[in-house]
Design a protein. Sequence first.
Lengths: 221, 221, 221, 221
Amino acid sequence: MAEAGHSSNKLHFQLDRISFFTDGVFAIAITLLVIEFKVPIVEHPTDAALWDRLAHMGLLLLGFLISFCIVGYYWSVHHRIFGYVEKYTSRLIWLNLMFLFSVVLLPFTSGLLGEYASETHLHLPYGIYVVNICFTALMNALLWFYVSNPKHDILTHKISRERILLGFYFTLVVPILFVISFVVSLYEPTIGRLIPILIPIVLKYGMTGLTARAAANEKSA
Amino acid sequence: MAEAGHSSNKLHFQLDRISFFTDGVFAIAITLLVIEFKVPIVEHPTDAALWDRLAHMGLLLLGFLISFCIVGYYWSVHHRIFGYVEKYTSRLIWLNLMFLFSVVLLPFTSGLLGEYASETHLHLPYGIYVVNICFTALMNALLWFYVSNPKHDILTHKISRERILLGFYFTLVVPILFVISFVVSLYEPTIGRLIPILIPIVLKYGMTGLTARAAANEKSA
Amino acid sequence: MAEAGHSSNKLHFQLDRISFFTDGVFAIAITLLVIEFKVPIVEHPTDAALWDRLAHMGLLLLGFLISFCIVGYYWSVHHRIFGYVEKYTSRLIWLNLMFLFSVVLLPFTSGLLGEYASETHLHLPYGIYVVNICFTALMNALLWFYVSNPKHDILTHKISRERILLGFYFTLVVPILFVISFVVSLYEPTIGRLIPILIPIVLKYGMTGLTARAAANEKSA
Amino acid sequence: MAEAGHSSNKLHFQLDRISFFTDGVFAIAITLLVIEFKVPIVEHPTDAALWDRLAHMGLLLLGFLISFCIVGYYWSVHHRIFGYVEKYTSRLIWLNLMFLFSVVLLPFTSGLLGEYASETHLHLPYGIYVVNICFTALMNALLWFYVSNPKHDILTHKISRERILLGFYFTLVVPILFVISFVVSLYEPTIGRLIPILIPIVLKYGMTGLTARAAANEKSA
């Protein structure tokens, strides 16, 4: 550990800076999603002509809302994961950077999806978008397994096996539903693309049993 | 609550991160407002020709100043709301994210308004801008009612009913004056568009009585 | 004061958030300066052709360095000013926002200057840039006089009159040298534009006497 | 020192703000790297035609990953350096700003490199990129020597000579391998450009002996 020489009373702030930097990257990535929203230029503008152009952006707005929620969701998961962290290592910093790398690509893949949103015969943009989401979820899972592993000794306290798995299941919900959504969209584009709307429902009601069990287990321990 | 497993001495920093992330998004949104200010390209530039082009941007500058103040105002309201918060919940994070979603759209709607600023026969750009402001105010009010509700148990101390309502009235000032401004602008574009200039005056002098009463009530309690 | 209802142990963090937000805006503004650096597109590129295009950007690089230093300088002055602040008021937040408004315009005026850097017969771009710098310095001075005024009761401790004036003089150095630079550049463009290079020298060596006197005065007090 | 007048209990936060600002600039610079990833516009899009266009971006993605890692690496080095800092001076702020100046240029030079990635007969884009990396490493080294020098009295505790040199060697790895990569690429473009892939290997395995010695020396001291 190259950090071995640091004074111990700087440790907290050093750890906090990793979160500051992460929050900064998330804040920019989530705001850049909107950059693809370009102000339409109409030559001889009337309200009707402009409305016509903006109406085509309705799909984009929905896509933007979904991407915003995904980035927001992964921020909240990062927030939850780092709530357990007390120390840091070089490897934690690099796993975190690779997670951020994937997050930073989302404005691009989301923009690609938006650009071709009206071309329902295309599968590639959505495929690339889903790959990006799966990669983000994968890095998220790796970060979680690294942090929650007591062997690395960076936790505030030991996390129960149930809670570790619970966190992993939460991470899986988003990519699994997107993969299903993609496969369905190959045959039924409209239905397929609507499947991600189920994500909040699954996250809220589908995980209740598992969450309760993890909480119960922790109290009994 | 998935956060139930966190060590209690991380709670403060976990809460602070929500503010850091929010501040980051606000900082970027307020700076992106200026992105619509594109450097004009004049082929054979003279000071006079360039001045001519820049003079047309005067309206844009005023619009940018107004949007800057609105984003700044909602940041200051967020700042005030979170001054009462001591704990957080998943729902607080999501209400906050939806509030940010609305804020992040402002550079786009503000840019749309600016692009067609000189086309006074158009009502759509201003209408969309006002809808965005109303949505931001709505999310702000929901956030405030969620935070101030003692049932959710996230407050540093109980807030008096008067102060809760006072915060709500403060939130209402901006959207109400913009809706009035929009309606008037349908008939009298120039006068209508100037109405938002009243906002700081109403916020400063129109609310004195209500503020004093809330303060008095709190002391007597 | 709408903040009157806050719990006192949140005060520090509430104050810190003003700095976080400010740092975020400065960080974005200083990074956006480089946005005007657009990658040149050469049709049939050779190293020589590309070098030719990039060489024209040398002036831009110098201009970018100067703007970077100015934004960096005003950040460091803000940093110094808020080092004295212990409480905050609504007016402080708004003075700070107006200061940020001016800072956020700098990437635009700096980009305008850069775009017409090679057109030495133009005075308008440089004039607008200098106006922006003067406005930033003005808001900075207002912020300083507001903070340092013991009447507003937001200081950690009383600041000596000498130190208040010293801070004001430091704020004046940049705009004064830029105004001189602009006036000279009307007659001697090249010499005029080089004058701002004197700023670090004046700030480092020209203020030694005043700084020493302020420090001495504080110790004797 | 103009900061001499600050109350001592603000010192920590004043120091932290330098890191916040730095983290903000890094977060934006690392996110802007992706800005060069422009969504390709295909007239009559098919999956095949779009894939064709995106496949050309594969090199860009690799280049983006490398630049991302470099900015991430220098962030982690800054993080490590400031882990030793307890006080600050004007000169520290300016050295830090010059370091950030170089970091902020990386999205531009990285974009230039990406734009001409397929033109393997060009050496200029890669040359400029390597110069930027060397300049960043140089500023990093100056920052480290300034901080680690006990004469400046800004450290939490004295750093051993071995550790100071170790930090310097770590800083040197990146620019040295890039210079070698550039020289080789003049003769063997493909092999040359792959050399930076060695960086993580050298940083991880090539420095073990030196790191162990520095740690041992510190314990014995």
